[in-house]
Design a protein around this ligand. Structure first.
Ligand code: ATP
Ligand code: MG
Length: 232
């Protein structure tokens, strides 16, 4: 699909383990359209996190191609990838990864600062995003003073601050109780829709997976369709 914002072709990844090579991904073809949400399920060890690292070009595949908004990422320099990655995608991880020395607002702004100067407009957007995730009254709280659900909401605001085309979320509800996880999904899907941001969601939870536009399953190193929806 030519207008895909993300496309992988025939991606393969092998790791060198203590007992020889581990073939994790055999041949992954994935295509994500603008504003589309896609979930990926699969057994533990199936290679879901590995695939997100390949998509973000933080890991390099042994074989295959990767395109961000039509650009052939693996042919570009490391500097190009780093700069482009920060503007093109946002990340939400299971473990939040907030900076403990920074407060909630600073933890959101940092993602902007990494791309260059932070303007008054950026600070306004950071505050707005924190308000939209329900943390208007927690701007100055340090991450250690916040609950897991609150930390993850900050991580969502941080992922969106640069107006990325794509968010990669790796089990974003993995550390949350069921109710908080539900709320997190409402927030993530709602904000991605409002901001017209595509979402690739890795989750073990079939109910959460169902809420995305398209459901995929990673099995034996390849992407499979799930629930009768067609892929790419
Ligand atoms: N850097 C590495 N070196 C060697 N092996 C690795 C490395 N990273 C991942 N693996 C192996 O690759 C396989 C896939 O790992 P990955 O973390 O992608 O799985 P996953 O699908 O995300 O699992 P989970 O659902 O438990 O998070 C695992 O068997 C893992 O041990
Ligand atoms: Mg994983």
């Amino acid at each position: 699909m030519s207008d895909a914002i993300l496309q992988t072709r025939n991606l393969a990844k092998t790791f060198k383990g203590p007992d020889g090579e581990i073939r994790v991904l055999e041949s992954v073809d994935l295509s994500v359209s603008p504003s589309e949400s896609v979930s990926i399920r699969g057994e533990s060890g199936a290679g879901k996190t590995t695939l997100l690292y390949l998509i973000s070009a933080l890991e390099i595949p042994n074989q295959g191609e990767l395109f961000w908004e039509g650009e052939d990422v693996l042919k570009k320099s490391i500097t190009w990838r780093a700069r482009r990655r920060g503007a093109f995608m946002g990340f939400v991880f299971q473990a939040y990864y907030l900076i403990p020395e920074l407060n909630a607002l600073e933890n959101v702004i940092i993602a902007k600062r990494l791309l260059g100067r932070v303007t008054a407009e950026d600070k306004k957007r950071a505050k707005e995003l924190l308000e939209r995730v329900g943390l208007k009254d927690r701007l100055k709280h340090m991450s250690g003073q916040l609950s897991g659900g609150e930390r993850q909401r900050i991580a969502v605001a941080r992922a969106l601050i640069n107006r990325p085309s794509l968010i990669l979320a790796d089990e974003p509800t993995g550390n949350l109780d069921e109710h908080t996880g539900d709320e997190m999904m409402d927030l993530l899907l709602g904000l991605c829709e409002a901001e017209q941001t595509s979402l690739v969601l890795v989750t073990h939870n079939p109910e959460f997976a169902k809420r995305t536009d398209r459901q995929l399953f990673l099995r034996a190193g390849e992407m499979q369709k799930s629930n009768g929806h067609s892929q790419s």
